[in-house]
Design a protein around this ligand. Structure first.
Ligand SMILES: O=C(O)c1cc(C(=O)O)oc(=O)c1
Length: 304
């Protein structure tokens, strides 16, 4: 099947720089995706965008280039609830990748078991309207209760303005809950203003809630972009991510978000994204928790 990319689509950055920041041994890129390839794993009919291909081989080459040891491959919305490309990436990772799936209520126990055996450890619930159609909350709760029995967790993706409305649903989830990209704060607003305070309260009052401090390239308003050797990229995101890392050091994860779906402005150099890490996790101890100890506890508990 031939797929036509969404007009204006930016392809992932080829030939990323070697990071100056040396990540600790055993580091995990805890948020990344594979796209297709579409000829082998077709994009879902209900998708909201059609990406360029981004294969498992390319993902794992990036992992090695950046100095990471493992990946958590998160089901991308362009594949809907067809998890074959993500699962294929896991089973060809020599145990170095675990995954987060998207499932519907109709998923069978045998299908969940097969995904578990392949390395899936969570499901993703998406509330970003430009990416997915609405799924009824009773369906999501039913799924959360089923996957809880497998020891899996729920990953949620939403925008900061929607947190008040989603609060009761999120706080009723029975599992560990991992928030994608810090709940997408508006970094034009103050880091100690009411919107971000609500997110901090969400984490403070609910010890089962974790956050990925990822995607400065999506959240930044002022840049500068992580291109051309820029060592001070996305400064306006730093106070937000740093606050979460320092307040909740044992409940944070970091990921590249490669291949960076739906960026409109520029495509970052992933090597420079790694160089962003020491700005938000400023001590060796915080870096070790963010990149190794926390993701290992969540995704490879049997080894940590
Ligand atoms: O902001 C986005 O566009 C985005 C999309 C997806 C996806 O399509 O799965 O995943 C992400 O982590 C971020």
């Amino acid at each position: 099947m031939e797929f036509q990319k969404t007009p204006g689509w930016l392809d992932w950055y080829d030939g990323p720089s070697k990071p100056r920041f040396k990540v600790p041994a055993g580091s995990v890129d805890a948020h990344c995706h594979v796209f297709g390839p579409g000829a082998e794993f077709p994009y879902a009919p209900e998708r909201k965008y059609t990406p360029c291909d981004a294969s498992k081989q390319q993902l794992y080459a990036l992992r090695d280039h950046l100095g990471f040891a493992r990946n958590v491959v998160v089901q991308a919305t362009c594949h809907g609830a067809d998890n074959r490309a993500m699962v294929d990436a896991l089973v060809h990772s020599s145990g170095k990748a675990r995954g987060v799936a998207t499932v519907k209520r109709s998923v069978t126990d045998d299908e969940l078991k097969a995904m578990h055996d392949a390395g899936v450890r969570g499901v993703r619930f998406n509330f970003v309207k430009r990416l997915v159609d609405f799924t009824p909350k009773d369906e999501l709760i039913e799924i959360a209760n089923r996957i809880n029995k497998l020891g899996w967790h729920v990953v949620i993706y939403f925008e900061a303005v929607d947190l008040p409305e989603l609060w009761d649903f999120f706080t009723a989830l029975p599992t560990t809950v991992v928030v994608d990209h810090m709940g997408r704060p508006d970094v034009n607003k103050p880091v100690d203003g009411p919107e971000f305070e609500l997110f901090v309260k969400f984490m403070r009052e609910h010890s089962n809630v974790w956050s990925k401090v990822s995607c400065p390239e999506r959240l930044s308003v002022k840049g500068p972009p992580a291109l051309n050797g820029e060592q001070n990229a996305y400064r306006d995101v730093v106070p937000f991510a740093r606050r979460i890392v320092e307040t909740f050091p044992d409940r944070v994860l970091w990921g590249t978000d490669w291949p960076h779906p739906n960026l409109k402005d520029h495509m970052p150099d992933d090597g420079l994204l790694v160089d962003f890490i020491p700005h938000i996790a400023v001590t060796a101890e915080l870096q070790q928790k963010l990149l190794v100890d926390n993701p290992m506890r969540l995704y490879w508990p049997e080894e940590s």
